[in-house]
Design a protein around this ligand. Structure first.
Ligand SMILES: *[C@@H]1O[C@H](CO)[C@@H](O)[C@H](O)[C@H]1NC(C)=O
Ligand SMILES: [Zn+2]
Length: 420
């Protein structure tokens, strides 16, 4: 009995502990042979078993994939990579030391100036929701700002949507983020947009945005996963739904869980995979909440923008097929102008094309769903900064520049889109 108590309390302690990545290395691998591609696919499929963390997914020849290797396996993999003819580039020599450096810098910043600008750091879900409420309370005269709960996450957290409107009978632009938990810059950038529209409403260009469209934001879709990246594992991507998997694997890729071409390609049926599509389409309450909310009024949405990181891409549907969707040429025209506007701010380049052309195939994504089911005319995925210098652990100093440049891109979209 006593042994059991000790075992149980140890289990709890161990579970509560933060995952550390001491000595973990991240290598950029660019496959140039079929052999290399095939190996990467095998490693990706077996990543959980192998203790590898993929920062991206293997796709086509010449397409870089960033992979995190634990120190105890590094020598063996290094040999294997050399034998396969890879010429890896080291992105991180020690992931934990970068995490520690950023945390130390954050603590120092907070001690020195406790009332810092909201955008000088990444914020927890609680801080973000408090900020949303406060921002709604500061709604400019003549506009209406609302924070709506559109559902409850697997672990019981609220799923919140922020909306600003200054008049009836407008179409809406939807912008979401953090469907993948570790992609912190996506949420911070999204909040920057809200800040522009609400707290900088008197800026003529921002005001014109609200005159032309309603704006609907969902900053944290995968809130359980996001919380988990703060509490336990910074590299977590998936949801936190626990369905008693035999290996103890929790969650699925919410961005493979939408009910359009579900599990047809570029998704996994392995509950331990980072691209696990879930037990059924819409099985994740977070996904179902987004689906139900948009389907209440699908024709309301003129544009659907979903934000991820990283790699500086601007992706159009579809991911599940190389066939072009309706409005492809028009979406490309606007994407071209939008990425130009983005470039003009800080010289940051984004490539743009349909997801299946530029990236690996994927199905059950919110992007494909938004085009395929509610049939929103303009649908885009942003893969935000950077291109791999920091990847998911982009320093918070880049929040404001990322916000500035992508806000120009979003405004350009809003200026260009037209409807019959
Ligand atoms: C983007 O626009 C430029 C200037 O109009 C044009 O030359 C270029 O072909 C366009 N690119 C694509 C991919 O549409
Ligand atoms: Zn993502």
């Amino acid at each position: 009995m006593k042994a059991l108590v000790i075992l149980v309390s140890c289990l709890c302690l161990c579970l509560a502990e933060k995952v550390r990545y001491d000595g973990h290395k991240v290598l950029r691998l660019v496959p140039v042979t079929e052999d290399q591609i095939e190996t990467l696919h095998i490693w990706h499929n077996e990543a959980h078993k192998r203790g590898l963390i993929f920062w991206g997914e293997p796709g086509l020849l010449n397409q870089a994939v960033d992979v995190q290797f634990p120190p105890e396996k590094f020598a063996a993999y290094r040999t294997r990579l050399n034998n396969l003819g890879f010429q890896p580039i080291v992105l991180f020599d020690n992931v934990q030391s970068e995490l520690d450096n950023q945390e130390a810098a954050r603590v120092t910043r907070q001690q020195q100036t406790p009332t810092l600008n909201f955008f000088t750091d990444y914020r927890t879900a609680a801080e973000i929701f408090q900020w949303l409420d406060q921002t709604a309370a500061n709604c400019p005269a003549g506009a209406t700002c609302t924070v709506t709960n559109i559902g409850t996450s697997w672990e019981g957290r609220e799923l919140k949507v922020f909306r600003i409107s200054n008049g009836p009978n407008k179409r809406a632009i939807w912008i979401d983020s953090l469907i993948h938990a570790r992609e912190w810059i996506s949420g911070a950038t999204n909040l920057y947009f809200i800040d522009q529209l609400v707290n900088n409403y008197n800026n003529a260009a921002n005001r014109a945005m609200v005159d032309a469209y309603d704006w609907v934001f969902m900053p944290i879709i995968n809130i359980d996963g996001y919380q988990y990246t703060f509490d336990t594992d910074r590299m977590w991507r998936r949801t936190r739904s626990d369905r008693g998997d035999i290996l103890g694997c929790v969650g699925c890729d919410a961005n493979r869980n939408f009910d359009f071409q579900w599990m047809t390609i570029g998704a996994s049926d392995d509950p331990c995979s980072n691209t696990y599509a879930g037990v059924a389409p819409n099985s994740e309450p977070e996904v179902d909440a987004v689906r139900a909310y948009i389907m209440q009024n699908p024709s309301y949405y003129g544009a659907f923008i979903t934000m991820h990181s990283y790699s500086q891409l601007f992706l159009l549907p579809y991911g599940y097929t190389v066939d072009f969707p309706q409005d492809y040429d028009e979406m490309m025209r606007v994407a071209n102008l939008s990425t130009n506007a983005l470039f003009n701010v800080h010289g940051t380049t984004y490539r743009f094309d349909s997801a299946s052309v530029i990236l690996y195939p994927s199905s059950g994504t919110s992007r494909d769903w938004a085009k395929g089911v509610p049939q929103i005319k303009y649908v885009y995925t942003f893969e935000l900064r950077d291109t791999g210098n920091y990847g998911f652990i982009l320093p918070p100093e880049q929040i404001i520049p990322s916000g500035q440049e992508t806000w120009e891109a979003v405004k350009r979209i809003a200026q260009e889109i037209t409807f019959p």
